[in-house]
Every structure is written in C-alpha cells, then in structure tokens.
Design a protein around this ligand. Sequence first.
Ligand code: LMR
Length: 393
Amino acid sequence: MLSNLKDQPADKILTLMQSFREDPRDEKLDLGVGVYKDASGHTPIMSAVKKAEAWLLESETTKSYTGLAGDPAYAAAMRSLVLADSVAADRVAAIATPGGTGAFRQGVDLIRTASPEATVWVSAPTWPNHLSILKTTGTPFVEYRYFDASTGHVDFDGMIADLDSAKEGDVVLLHGCCHNPTGANLTDDQWRQVADLLLRKKLVPMVDLAYQGFGDGLDADAQGTRILAETQPEMLIGASCSKNFGIYRERTGILFAIGDAAQTKTVQGNLNHLNRQNYSFPPDHGARLVSTILTDDALRAEWQAELEGMRTGMLDLRQQLADELRQRTNSDRFDFIAQHRGMFSRLGVDADKVETMRRDHGVYMVGDSRMNIAGLNADTVPILAAAIAKTCG
Ligand code: LMR
C-alpha cells in the first residue's frame, strides 16, 4: 500500500522555514513564515496568556472531553470579538477548530456537503494553503483579480468585474483584513460594494480572518466581516487566534456559519458532525485561554494593550522601510509598504530577485516576494532596504 504513495508538493512557506534554519550565516533575515517576532527576534508568550495559563493550571479540575463544538464560552467570546452586534446570535452556528486552517478546512467540507456544485472564488493571489486544501478536497475553484503588482494596491475594478461573472450559489473567499500574501486591503466603502454584489448575484461569502488586531485595530479589522454579517443571508467565517493571541502551536480557531435562524439547529448539527468525522473533539487549551482573557476585564485590557503595541510596532517598521527605500532608490515606488496592513507585504518583484536576495544577502522571503514585516526590527530594516535597493532598485 505505502509503496503506491507519491511525493506531495512541498509547502513553499514551510520549506522556506527549513532552509532558513539550515543556513549557517549569522547575518540572515527570516521574513518567511507568518509568525510575529519582537525587536530581539523572539516570539513571546503574551503576558495575559501566561496569566490565563497560570489561572487555568490552578482552577481546571478535569481534562475530560468538551462538547463536539468545543467550549460554548469560547464560541460566545469569539462571536462577540469577531461579530460584535452585527448579527443576531440565534443565526450563528459555531465550532471550535484546530487553528484557522482547521476552520477553513471544515468550512470547505461544509460547502462540499451543502452545495457540491458551488465554485469557490479565491483572490489572485491568496494564501497557498487555501489552494492546496481546495485541491485536496476536489473543490472547484477559480481566481478573481485582486492585486495590482504595478501599484501595490487592490485592483478593485478587476475584482468586481470578475466576481460579476460568478454563478448563483458560488462561494467567494475574502480575507477579512491584512490580506495574505499581499498586505493590500479593501476599504470599508469597497466592502459595502462587495456586499451589494454578493447580494445581487446571490453569492455566499466565506471570510478568513486570521489577523484581527494586526492591521488598523480589533474593531476596524473586523469591519468588513461585520458589514457582510449585517447584510448577507448566509455566510461562513473562519477565525484564527494563532497570531492575535500568539498561541500558534495551541491550534485555536473557530468556524462560524451564519444563516436563517430557523436553520441554525441543523447547521450546528452538521458542524458538530464534521468535527466528529475529522477529529472528534477540538483542541481546548488555547480556546480556554482565549475565553478566559476575553471575559476578564483586567486580562482583556492587558492583552489588548500588548496586541496594540505589536500592531503599532509593525506600522513603525513599515514606515521606516518605506522611508529607507524612498531614500535609497530615489523613488516612491515602494511607498505602498507603509500603506499595507498586517504582517505581510508583497514586494512585487520576480522570483529571480527573491532568490538573489536570499543568496547574496541572506534575506528569506517567500518566492512570490511576500515578506513578513514582523520579522524585522529597527536595526534590520536598513539591511533589508539595502538588499532590495541593490537587487531590485
Ligand atoms: C503564513 O502564511 O505564513 C502563516 O499563515 C503560517 C502558515 O501556516 O502558512
């Protein structure tokens, strides 16, 4: 049996992580995988998370199974964080999932169950694992225009024109904020135009919200998702706590399915069934940390302040990098870096140049020229700017 197996295509982001670890050079810069790093290059455990863990260690009395959907307190706290009061609670079904990837995978499985003929529309480009999961599950998908490499911004006219040709019942995958890999995002007004188009064409939005709090703030980053929740009859949302709570390895995510209140019980039953089929009960430790923090005023304030520090730190790095590049290239070509939001920006240069920067300067970014801004600090920004200016200027 095992001899029938063929090699699987390597995941570009994870391969890059490995190559960086194996590079013996001291002067190397890891701008690959989307993990936040502080100024000393360390990925810290957030102080509110540490405190919640200490509290849990003392107070938790059992490690018996949770429900199939996970802890209801986690779902309620996350519903409030993501959706606020944009939608009535009785329209929302939810399951805890292993990370945002688990939420996306379960969402795709739900689409396959409910509407196998639906095509999923994905932004060009999107996170490579979206495509890999769609391929693995045999889900039909097509790309819509999204990123204009010549300006570094969203090609909104192209996006709307492409989505206008979707057929009724198709699913449109949208990044809630901090678009991965480009860093280019929709304005609130553009979200409203997308909402109108989805309604008119009877399309179902599926939002991937993996970076809430990393762009313009916790509420601002959820605004597009909430505009859709307010206006659409049906919607899926996969949210991740990996980045905004810094609990990557705890695998903490959630899938929301919003529909008619009369259907919520059936939808919830289907979500529970999906969890049961794929792994039974979802991981609980990270979810319990999140609900502990979100429901305790002091812990929540501490978490928000730390998250805000990470967010504004990334904005400062963006501005510093854009300024350095303006000076070194004597052009405004890279100004978009300061306007992008989230961990990533796509530089918009070809793979040969990315490879040259890796080989000659020890700069590791994904082959499509996505760089993780959170992998920089004030001292390494000039090093990166010099490498970019020399290679691409
Ligand atoms: C990324 O895009 O780098 C992160 O979402 C990590 C991952 O799993 O790919």
